[in-house]
Design a protein around this ligand. Structure first.
Ligand code: ADP
Ligand code: MG
Length: 692
């Protein structure tokens, strides 16, 4: 492979390519749209479309597609070729400005939460010029928004762009009070993506992995993650060659893939990019998930993005590193050398603290999925309670401001290794807290609750909007101030006092914290059906409408979609479990029991006494009886689904299906430990986790 700098972005219609291929005036006007969000002229689009097409065709493209992000959480594409017949019966390659700017796919088969009857099928896609077009599989992909005929948004990207505009607007108002002007305030995101790899052959022998993305059965292997030898461990050759190809593919697509390493659990890994503008980060994260899967397949592997593929070992998250900054390069969450005196920073910090405390339920629901429910609250992921970590230095600052007394500032530490030949190291102002859901990490916040398979759009829609709301209230309150330094400081202190309860620097995984959080009155929404309904609560609707992010109707329909996703996922799991139990596990147990019994009878026929073997056969037979009973119980749950709305169904699956599934699994897993490996119908955890 050539030098990375040479092929980086080679499949992207990025700024240098635009500049090289567009007339100067067109380039300038497009750049203004990209950087400042000014509306786009159709004449400009015409020229851009033609240049894009020429570039794409030169790079082997035959088709173009509007690439969008429907409510499924993944991406959608419908490919049209560039060919246009001419009068000679041959073709020319054409792409008009209209085709670039707008598409009109049939929207009827995408989730809409009842927003549209299926006969109102028309949907529109609209070009998002702030995210570059790129080439994938000989198609020019144009990132777009997806909107219904009546103007309702049907995707995750449009509200993300709206939320970015909201936070830009409100942050600018606050900055103006400090006498600052900026072209744009941008929310930046760097998502760390965790995933598991499994051998493809083994994967294809497990219906649960194929249909649900996670194992529904499986006893713990003799070795789990207890030795902590996988985290940052040497990367196996097959995995390493997979990772190299992932990097190459993503770099060509202009994704700033930066970090890769082994994660805590066996066969678990992580990839993280350099952060970028939230909407670009969202596009790039979708591409990352897609490339991980595709490249894994080429290496005889399968990439599992599910939040909890295996019980008993860590699940996978997607840490969402978020910050606010100006396009000119000022990070608004940077404390500087003296955070005590950095009033502007303190005000922005206060805005985030207030946002998280005021809208903890929204943050919680932004990460609520069937898969993530298995992870949040388990001992490797933050609990379902939203709290914030500031680190010692900032917590000190906040405490001192709240108490009104100023003590000596903690000096930035130096680490002495005691070895003269090693360099001395500057210590970071904040340590890390791996157990906090929302941790300040020096110049950004790391939201650690999101699940690995989620689109990051939904999460950042919430973060941007709730922070926009805090900033909006601040701007209103400080309007007309004569002494911004004084008044902003007082306001920050007032906010710290009021919202201090959301700050928790201790161990978020401990049981004491659950009690403490309850005492503080923090919500603990344990499951998805507990959390999702908050989306359409009057308080949320007011927020979203004020900032132009969602209409009331959109919140109602999205609530419906999210709840449907939940119970549908559980329903698929139930059906898969029943199939595996009936058709694979039960026959295996019966056969093995028969083998034992036959062997016992023939021994007894010639007078050999085998009481222990008999006891084993009895134990297996008894467990098999329980297995049959537990299958029947789960079948009954599946057959008795009540009529009702999405919330009722979601609660039904949570309360009835999950316990019945757990019971069936426990029996099957016990049988797995007793039945001969030769008879067991599918690969075990040891195979899946260690034969990569
Ligand atoms: P960790 O050590 O927390 O696992 P990683 O290096 O894996 O960190 O990932 C940190 C992520 O945070 C990267 O994607 C990085 O680009 C991103 N990041 C760094 N600075 C910012 C910032 N100012 N705003 C948003 N994200 C940032
Ligand atoms: Mg990391």
């Amino acid at each position: 492979m050539a030098n990375v700098a040479e092929y980086f972005g080679s499949k992207v219609f990025n700024l240098p390519t635009m500049e090289a291929r567009l007339p100067k005036a067109t380039y300038k006007s497009l750049l203004k749209t990209i950087q400042e969000g000014t509306p786009l002229d159709l004449n400009v689009a015409e020229v851009v479309a033609n240049a894009m097409k020429d570039w794409a065709v030169e790079n082997g493209c035959t088709h173009y597609t509007h690439w969008f992000q429907p409510m499924t959480g993944t991406t959608a594409e419908k490919h049209d070729s560039f060919i246009e017949p001419d009068e000679n019966g041959t073709v020319i390659m054409e792409f008009s400005g209209k085709n670039l700017v707008m598409g009109e796919p049939d929207a009827s088969s995408f989730p809409s939460g009842g927003l549209r009857a299926t006969f109102e099928a028309r949907g529109y896609t609209a070009w998002d010029p702030t995210s570059y077009a790129f080439i994938k599989d000989s198609s020019l992909c144009i990132p777009t928004s997806f909107i219904s005929y009546t103007g309702q948004v049907l995707d995750k990207k449009t509200p993300l762009l709206r939320s970015m505009a909201a936070v830009d607007k409100e942050a600018k108002r606050v900055l103006a009070l400090f006498g600052k002007t900026t072209k744009k305030v941008v929310s930046y995101v760097g998502p760390e993506q965790e995933y598991f790899l499994v051998d493809k052959e083994l994967y294809s022998m497990r219906k649960d992995l194929m249909l649900t993305g996670r194992t529904l059965f499986g006893a713990m292997p003799a070795k789990g993650q207890e030795l902590e030898d996988h985290y940052f461990g040497q990367i196996k050759e097959r995995v390493s060659s997979f990772m190299k190809e992932v990097d190459e593919e993503l770099w060509k697509l202009g994704v700033f893939t930066k970090t890769k390493h082994n994660e805590v659990a066996p066969a678990q890994h992580e990839v993280a990019p350099v952060f970028s503008t939230s909407n670009v980060a969202a596009d790039h994260n979708q591409l990352t998930m897609e490339i991980l899967k595709k490249v894994a397949n080429r290496h005889g592997l399968w990439c599992l993005l599910n939040e909890k593929p295996y019980e008993g070992i860590n699940g996978s998250g997607k840490h969402n590193n978020w910050s606010l900054g100006t396009v000119e390069g000022e990070n608004l969450l940077k404390p500087g050398r003296n955070p005590q005196d950095n009033v502007q920073f303190l005000l922005f910090l206060a805005a985030v603290i207030k946002a998280v405390d005021d809208y903890a339920e929204l943050l919680r629901l932004s990460v609520a999925t069937a898969g993530n429910d298995h992870r949040l609250g388990a001992n490797e992921a933050p609990p379902a309670i939203v709290s914030m970590y500031l680190g010692d230095q900032l917590e000190n600052v906040v405490n001192q401001l709240v108490e009104g007394k100023r003590t000596k500032e903690e000096a930035m530490g130096i680490l002495d290794t005691g070895v003269a030949s090693l360099p001395t190291l500057n210590r970071d102002a904040t340590d890390r807290n791996r157990t906090s859901p929302f941790a300040f990490t020096g110049n950004r916040f790391e939201f650690r609750m999101p699940g690995s398979s989620q689109s990051i759009s939904g999460i950042n829609i919430i973060i941007n909007t709730i922070v926009a709301e805090s900033l909006s209230q601040f701007a209103d309150e400080l309007d007309g101030t004569q002494d911004i330094a004084h008044d902003a400081m007082n306001l920050a202190i007032k906010v710290f006092k009021k919202h201090k309860r959301i700050i928790f620097n201790g161990n978020g995984y401990s049981d004491e914290w659950i009690k403490e959080a309850e005492r503080r009155g923090l919500p603990n929404l344990k499951t998805t059906p507990d959390a999702i309904p908050y989306f359409a609560e009057p308080k949320s609707v007011k927020l979203f409408e004020k900032h132009g992010v969602f209409t009331k109707e959109e919140t109602v329909t999205r609530t419906e979609i999210l709840l449907e996703d939940y119970y549908k996922a559980l329903n698929i799991e139930v059906l898969t479990m029943l199939q595996m139990a009936n058709q694979e596990i039960l026959p295996a147990c019966l056969e093995y029991a028969k083998f034992l019994v036959d062997s016992i009878s023939s021994k007894e026929a010639i007078g050999i006494k085998v009481p222990k073997e008999k006891a084993l056969a009895t134990r297996i037979s008894k467990l098999t009886e329980s297995l049959i009973a537990n299958i029947a119980a789960l079948q009954k749950v599946s057959d008795s689904v009540p009529a009702g709305d999405a919330l009722k169904l979601a609660r039904y699956y949570r309360d009835k299906a999950i316990p019945a599934m757990a019971k069936l699994r426990a029996t099957a897993d016990e049988l797995e430990t007793l039945v001969s490996e030769e008879y067991w119908p599918f690969p075990t955890y040891t195979d899946l986790l260690y034969r990569v």
